[in-house]
Design a protein around this ligand. Sequence first.
Ligand code: AMP
Length: 288
Amino acid sequence: MPKFVYQLMEVLYTALEVRNLTARLKNEAGRLGFVPTMGALHEGHLELVRQAKSENSVVVCSIFVNPAQFNNPEDLERYPRTLEKDSELLRSVGCDILFVPSVMEMYPSPLDLRIDFGMLETVMEGAFRPGHFNGVGIVVAKLFNIVQPDRAYFGQKDLQQTAIIKSLIRNLSYPVELRICPTVREPDGLAMSSRNVRLTPEERKLAPEIYRILTECKMSLQKNTPVKQAIEDALAEFARLPAFRTEYLELADTATLTPADTLRAEGNNALCVAVRLGKVRLIDNLVF
Ligand code: AMP
């Protein structure tokens, strides 16, 4: 009965309101699933909400463009914000509570805490976006404290972020089960991302090359091409397309996300890439 669900979604703006409501609902209704986002929602986000909905009695989604995780002020400023459409989409998939805090609500005083995620800070996204994971760790810790979820839903699209959340949960003893959901792609293979709307029509046409080159590289690795050679070939493919600037393309061990110079056992290999296409930075990965 989608209409019934539609009317039920509560939109809350303060941590206190969320804390009070989720505490009551957890007591009365059972398990609570949580989907943190930065908005500009697409099918990838909606799949997380659908999965949360199928596994919990109550689903909370947050929309907060977290300044603490942007190392580039221009990227923060240009991040798409589509709250009205987002609320409609969340209602349509049965989200129960939407939390939309302001920056003041989340950071009433200047942030003077740092979380160092060790090795994860030094590779791939950690290396190219200094301070990014500190900001992610802090906002997710704050959101966990406010929402108090039983399960939290994150996308494999941001593979290294899922490792950060794992570390946060383990090291800070959060009673939260991490659920990682597969990457949702456009029909042409491009991983859905809120940033895709910022691509020009020409860039959008080229963007599926990311998935194509990754897939080709994966197949080459599976045919036992040495890792160094397979990565060099893929980098050369990107270099042939002047619109792309590759930041990194690495085979990583899924357990540590550190570079792997040989293929690991099935399921333990992550081929990860970050490119700039025009002014837009895009990431993708394949786990195999
Ligand atoms: P964001 O709003 O980009 O911070 O993303 C919020 C959550 O949605 C994160 O857990 C992302 O990994 C996840 N997500 C983003 N894009 C996708 C996608 N294409 N498929 C699956 N999950 C995604």
